[in-house]
Design a protein around this ligand. Sequence first.
Ligand code: NAD
Ligand code: UDP
Length: 337
Amino acid sequence: MTIFLTGGAGYIGSHVLLCCLEAGHKVVVLDDFSNSSPEAITRVEELTGERVTIWRGDIRDGTLLRQIFDRHHIDAVLHFAGLKAVGESVADPLAYYDVNLGGSVTLVRAMAAAGVFRLVFSSTAAVYGDQVLMPLTETSALAPSSPYGRSKRMVEQVLADLCAADSRWSVAVLRYFNPAGAHSSGRIGEDPRGVPANLIPYAMQVAVGRYPELVIFGDDYPTPDGTGIRDYIHVMDLVQGHLVAMKYLADRTGYHVWNLGTGRGHSVLEVIRGIERVINRPLPWRIAPRRPGDTAQCWADPARAAADLGWRTSRGLDEMLADHWRWQAQNPEGYLS
Ligand code: NAD
Ligand code: UDP
């Protein structure tokens, strides 16, 4: 198959790229490198011995997309390109609606014009917002609490409407929980621009000495140790979820939604203890007030993906942290190291 991978230089996209090449697919990448480095793709090429066709450009550029679909015989699209920082989305909502929603509409228009109707879309557990009942199933209430989450939810709605209007569409919406970890080679991994907003990347940068201490946002949540609980999923398990979803779509049409999570939550303190085991020394941390907008706990019910796709995670927190650490230790400044 020839796969069109938008955002293929990014954290999750680069891991998907690697596995698609290993599975024998041809891959065409579109990325504007606004939050990634071309070095990620070079390293995937080194790891696999395969060449990747790269288009540098913006997902909102319909003319460019038409050119890409004209040039390549695309069988399926995996759509990762987008903005993903919750805090930034509150400060600059238009950028999120423009890139995430506008970019997705531009993409599906170009797909339809080219007669390509198979799409896997990166959604997020942020579409559920602040829910009391755990675990979250695909039928849990949807109440995204940020422009980021709302932009993803809007794309989901666009895709559902499209599938209802035209039976040729075959769409998988994958709601990711908290991706972490890296490929076991340590050659590719998460390389956030600026100060990392997420727990594991920040803690790993403390461990390599880029920041003096981790700040725990709140120890007064109604959880067993008072810190927030999340469902951390190894990026390689997440990648497998995409491959099986793509396979599922091969002989089915319609709109399908799956949670991709482990079904298990870990608190911030559990993550810190896990990192300390991996680095074999204490990680400096202090408690600070809650981060505005944070929820106490969030974890997935992954039963639907298990039933429909035969997919379940196989890697636990310790492996995730060991792999993330290998990447971070070998690349303390990310791809610039
Ligand atoms: P990332 O920022 O590493 O990757 C996104 C890629 O898209 C980057 O390479 C970036 O340069 C590119 N991009 C951004 N805007 C673009 C544009 N206008 N045109 C072309 N390319 C553009 O993020 P990621 O963690 O790999 O996330 C991939 C997808 O998964 C995103 O859509 C994100 O919302 C979603 N997601 C991520 C997480 C997470 O925690 N990492 C959780 C849930 C969902
Ligand atoms: N967190 C923290 N310090 C940080 C970053 C995050 O204590 O520097 C906490 C956060 O409050 C939450 C958990 O770690 O309970 C996961 O946060 P992250 O931003 O990684 O994921 P999200 O909140 O988007 O699910």
